[in-house]
Design a protein around this ligand. Structure first.
Ligand SMILES: *Cc1c(COP(=O)(O)O)cnc(C)c1O
Length: 402
């Protein structure tokens, strides 16, 4: 018998490809394999038509226009293109005079795919302000406004956090940025497909998307770049055939682009009922864990977080040991993207969570396939593993005291 695979509760790290998305991708993986940049034959035309159609649908879901969507390999690349590309277009990184706008405002709890490009830009002469957050992980829009000066090129603030699920008040922040005459970039990798997003309503000028976070294929992402009022200027960071309006050279993965649109279509069609369903299951999971176990703390914003996210600290435990002892449930300790680092998550640190508690944390990420039975089983397994680990910790302590 094939051993049963663990219950997958790590949907903030990635999601499975929805079978309906795979179905939609099939033609581009088989007979319609052409290069969308080939102008001289039907293979190219068909690929191009598929890309145009996908681009239009994706733009539509975001309240954007087709010419504002640049396909990339994922949110990491989109963030790099947004940040480094904007600085390049503003005259930074050119080795000449300091650009008139040499300042970036961001937040301490951003994904590394924003923080690391900001660190790089700082080494290249840009000034970077990293704002703090409140105990729930929220950034204060007034603090954002206060950090903007006349040399601020852009503000970069994620829509929803990948570790603790907190949703930022992006529309209010967008308002402040507009008033202060600076651009707003948002890493929306955890928000697109889960929350309603309209780039005009939120006054967002640059928006990063990753489709493997919303049941699409891996290796495809997009960057929204506002073209009207204001016209946002970015310069490429990758050079070649001049694809994507010159902003991102490289042959488009047509099947990925088609899958991206299909995935977003499904999220748009099922989003609000699915969000309700996940919220209910998430609350049930938290209730089961917190009613059975003392010394558990929920991190993030209990009122306004992502419906499928639950981040819990278990007092007196080590997250990695707990993970090792937790059979049958695939979750991550803190953030999957930084879980190879022994230091506690930078997000929890920014919340003011003490390091011992931060290290004793698990992130549960529910998704489209998560069932009630899975949630109940996962809760039981977590409770059992925590009791066992705590029991061992207690007996080890008393043995040491004797
Ligand atoms: C997953 C994620 C990324 C990275 O996206 P990739 O498409 O995997 O490069 C960036 N930011 C956030 C918030 C994410 O959740």
């Amino acid at each position: 018998m094939v051993p049963r695979r663990p219950i997958y509760l790590d949907h903030q790290a990635t999601t499975p490809l929805d079978p309906r998305v795979l179905e939609a991708m099939q033609p581009s993986l088989r007979e319609d394999f052409g290069n969308a940049a080939s102008r001289s034959h039907v293979y190219g035309w068909r690929a191009r038509a598929a890309v145009d159609d996908a681009r239009e649908r994706i733009a539509d879901h975001l309240g954007a226009r087709e010419n504002e969507i640049v396909f990339t390999s994922g949110a990491t690349e989109s963030n790099n293109l947004a940040l480094i590309g904007a600085v390049r277009a503003a005259g930074g990184l050119a080795g000449g005079a300091q650009p008139a706008r040499d300042h970036i405002v961001t937040v301490a709890t951003e994904h590394k795919a924003v923080l690391d490009p900001c660190d790089f830009l700082e080494t290249q002469g840009m000034r970077v302000t990293r704002l703090g957050v409140d105990g729930c992980g929220r950034v204060d829009p007034d603090e954002v406004a206060g950090a903007i000066d006349e040399r601020t090129l852009l503000v970069s603030i994620m829509w929803a956090n990948n570790e603790i699920g907190v949703i930022q008040p992006i529309a209010e922040i967008g308002d402040r940025c507009r008033q202060r005459g600076t651009w707003l970039h948002s890493d929306a990798a955890q928000a697109v497909g889960k929350l309603p997003i309209d780039v005009d309503e939120a006054n967002v000028d640059l928006l990063s998307i990753s489709f493997h976070k919303l049941y699409g294929p891996k290796g495809i992402g997009a960057l929204y770049v506002r073209s009207r009022s204001p016209h946002v200027r970015i310069a490429p960071i990758q050079f070649g055939g001049g694809h994507e309006g010159g902003l991102r050279s490289g042959t488009l993965p047509v099947a990925g682009v088609v899958g991206a649109a299909a995935a977003l279509d499904l999220c748009a069609a099922e989003g609000s009922t699915e969000a309700e369903r996940q919220r209910h299951l998430r609350d049930r999971l938290w209730h089961s864990i917190s009613s059975e176990l003392p010394g558990v703390v929920r991190n993030g914003d209990p009122e306004g977080g992502l419906p499928g996210n639950l981040h819990v600290s278990f007092e007196g435990l080590d997250g990695d040991r707990l993970l090792a002892g937790l059979e049958g449930v695939a979750v991550s300790a803190g953030s999957a993207c930084t879980s190879e680092q022994p230091t506690p998550s930078h997000v929890l640190q920014a919340l003011g969570v003490p390091p011992e508690r931060a290290r004793a944390s698990l992130r549960f990420g529910l998704g489209r396939g998560t069932t009630l039975q899975e949630i109940d089983e996962a809760a039981a397994r977590v409770v059992e593993a925590v009791r066992r680990e705590r029991g061992e910790a207690v007996s080890a302590r008393s043995a040491a005291n004797q």
